[in-house]
Design a binder for this molecule. Structure first.
Ligand SMILES: Nc1nc2c(ncn2[C@@H]2O[C@H](COP(=O)(O)OP(=O)(O)OP(=O)(O)O)[C@@H](O)[C@H]2O)c(=O)[nH]1
Ligand SMILES: [Mg+2]
Length: 327
């Protein structure tokens, strides 16, 4: 499932305590004070990573804590600082502090933002030594780290929308060429939620299949069309399995177009590339060419694809890279 909003709680580490210690010297009961300071607690950072499916990893993890600083020690030794907590979030995340309302946007890969500071370490007794008080017995405790709740929303607008009948191979394609892990099945309506994948920085959206009558509420895909409303381009997948149907592939293609138009005219005015899928099911290469020619009469770019053929996938990706240039 694609998760585009989570709420987390995070806390900076507590500072280590300062300590009271004395220098040990022969014949002197109490040498000078040498209790060291506590280490700083770790801070909490967010770091942007190019992985739009990252938020779903945090489905069951809502708590993020940096570690505590170590206490000081004798011999003027500082406690070790606590370890920072680095929360990886997808590029495109907007982080809102629930307490303050402040917002941070993660726009670039590698961008690192401080969310919460760790607590300061306490002071050891050496720090309190003065000319008047040479044997201070005072040390202070480390401070607690800052803490807060954050809402993280992933604001993405997909660049390419994958559409087609159920079973056309939309999710399979997404899984093959992006880091997405969408569910694939040999039955209709495998996809129940939109899936997103990242293709060299371009976001592909896979939505549930559309069927005839979708605009009247049949099937699932219709209500998801809003996810592709703002895409720059549509990829319309038509499987060679539909060749055997009455009217063939062109008819199923036109059905879907009709449904799209019924939802929103702007969807049929969008740039569209037609992808004829599952070419491996066609024994005669001439039949593939014939179907391709027929679709080309519609005046659109027509690609063919078999996910069982590596060369075919490679050629397809090359075309897609070309298409995305300047988009
Ligand atoms: N032979 C062949 N089968 C394919 C190819 N691509 C996908 N399939 C199979 O087609 C079936 C449907 O694939 P999906 O990717 O789930 O199809 P979908 O369009 O996402 O389907 P919905 O989510 O139901 O709309 C699966 O059994 C896939 O293994 C292909 O290139 N060749
Ligand atoms: Mg699917």
């Amino acid at each position: 499932m694609f998760i585009d909003e989570i709420t987390i709680h995070a806390q900076g580490g507590r500072g280590g305590d300062g300590v009271v210690r004395w220098r040990r010297e022969k014949f002197i009961d109490k040498g000078g004070p040498n209790g060291g300071d506590g280490g700083r607690g770790g801070s909490v950072f967010a770091v942007a990573v190019q992985d739009i499916n990252l938020l779903s990893k945090y489905k069951h993890k809502k708590e993020f804590k940096a570690t505590r600083g170590d206490d000081g020690a004798g011999g003027s030794r500082h406690g070790k600082d606590g370890q920072d907590m680095i929360i990886q979030l997808p590029v495109g995340s907007v982080i809102t502090s629930i307490e303050s309302g402040g917002k941070i946007s993660l726009e670039k890969e590698g961008q690192k933002e401080l969310l919460l500071k760790g607590g300061m370490g306490g002071w050891g007794n050496e720090q309190f030594k003065t000319s008047i008080n040479t044997t201070p017995t005072k040390a202070t405790k480390g401070k607690v780290g800052e803490q807060g709740h954050f809402k993280i929303e992933l604001e993405l607008s997909a660049d390419v929308g994958l559409i087609g009948l159920p079973n056309a191979g939309k999710s399979s394609l997404l899984n093959n060429i992006t880091n997405a892990q969408a569910k694939v099945g040999s039955y209709q309506f495998t996809t129940l939620d939109p899936n997103l994948g990242d293709f060299y920085g371009h976001i592909l959206a896979d939505i549930p299949g559309l069927i005839e009558g979708a605009s009247e509420g049949k099937g699932l895909g219709f209500k998801f069309l809003r996810h592709i409303k703002r895409t720059k381009m549509l990829m319309h997948l038509v499987s060679f399995e539909n060749e055997t149907e009455k009217g063939g592939m062109i008819k199923t293609y036109k059905q879907i177009r009709k449904e799209l138009g019924a939802y929103d005219k702007s969807l049929i005015e969008k740039d569209e590339v037609i992808v004829l899928t599952k070419t491996d099911l066609v024994p005669d290469p001439k039949a593939i060419e014939k179907a391709k020619k027929e679709f080309e009469k519609l005046g659109k770019l027509v690609l063919t694809l078999s996910l069982y053929d590596y060369a075919s996938i490679k050629a397809f990706m090359k075309e897609l890279v070309k298409l995305m240039k300047g988009k």
